[in-house]
Design a protein around this ligand. Structure first.
Ligand code: ZN
Length: 256
């Protein structure tokens, strides 16, 4: 993988906000294979397509690119809150590509890909509405809390200027292929339980530790009354898929 951005493309633009969008977009299109099927290139979506920037023409996986010349923190800003939340709850949210570039050397420094199936409504927060003086007064943006996405679903593709060997990236991504294969309703339960597991302190936990989030789970899944059994069922399924470890009967551990 060639990590250099095509600096000559910057010539046509004056602002860093444009350059910082165009150069990483061009790089993803040239260099990044689809995380799921490993084929190239990812095809840019038509301008003004909301909520995603690339599609894989082979397997259909959608991607949204976020890029910065700084560092991404725990909270990543995204578009309109209602729109993003809607795509998450209807299982249409794209995979996210978080790309950090070096603006002096014009190269990719870090790239993390986030598996779309593990983005829970729990991790999406509204921002403060824009003030009366703003052009889009009252507009409500969103932030995504990366801490509520299981670490295994945040796959490193480039780390501090070094590309991670593709077989490692591909295998890490493939760990969540099972999520794409199961029914959307079950996907929702799993991603929400995993997001809530991320809220627990580190170390072993019991299913009952998750009961404190019962009301939240009831909000997210209003048609289900048996929250306790449903939680235990998800935990057992996640152990079978290797996404959680069972220490002993009734005691679980996150995979870090
Ligand atoms: Zn693909």
């Amino acid at each position: 993988v060639d990590l250099s951005l095509r600096a000559e493309l910057a010539a046509g633009y004056h602002s860093w906000s444009q350059i910082g969008r165009v150069l990483p977009e061009d790089w993803v299109h040239r260099e990044l294979p689809c995380l799921r099927c490993s084929r190239k290139p990812l095809t840019p979506t038509p301008r003004n397509t909301k909520t995603r920037d690339f599609d894989c023409d082979w397997c259909g996986e959608p991607y949204e690119l976020k890029s910065t010349k700084k560092k991404f923190g725990r909270m990543v800003a995204d578009g309109q809150f209602d729109t993003l939340l809607g795509t998450v709850t209807s299982n249409r949210v794209p995979n996210f590509l978080l790309l950090e570039y070096d603006s002096s050397g014009f190269s990719v420094r870090n790239l993390i890909a986030i598996h779309r199936t593990l983005i829970s409504p729990e991790s999406i927060r509204p921002r403060k509405p824009l003030s009366d003086r703003a052009l889009r007064k009252g507009w409500v943006g969103s932030t995504m809390d990366l801490a509520l996405i299981p670490p295994a679903a945040r796959v490193s593709v480039v780390y501090e200027g070094l590309p991670i060997p593709w077989p490692i990236v591909s295998e890490a991504w493939g760990r969540f292929e099972f999520m794409i294969q199961i029914r959307p309703e079950n996907q929702g339960w799993i991603r929400d339980v995993l997001a809530l597991v991320q809220k627990l302190p580190p170390g072993p936990f019991h299913p009952t530790d998750l009961y404190q989030f019962e009301n939240r789970l009831r909000e997210l899944h209003p048609n289900n009354r048996n929250i306790g059994p449903k939680i235990r069922q998800q935990l057992q399924f996640l152990v079978a898929q290797g996404a959680l470890t069972r220490v002993r009967r009734g005691v679980y551990l996150r995979v870090e």
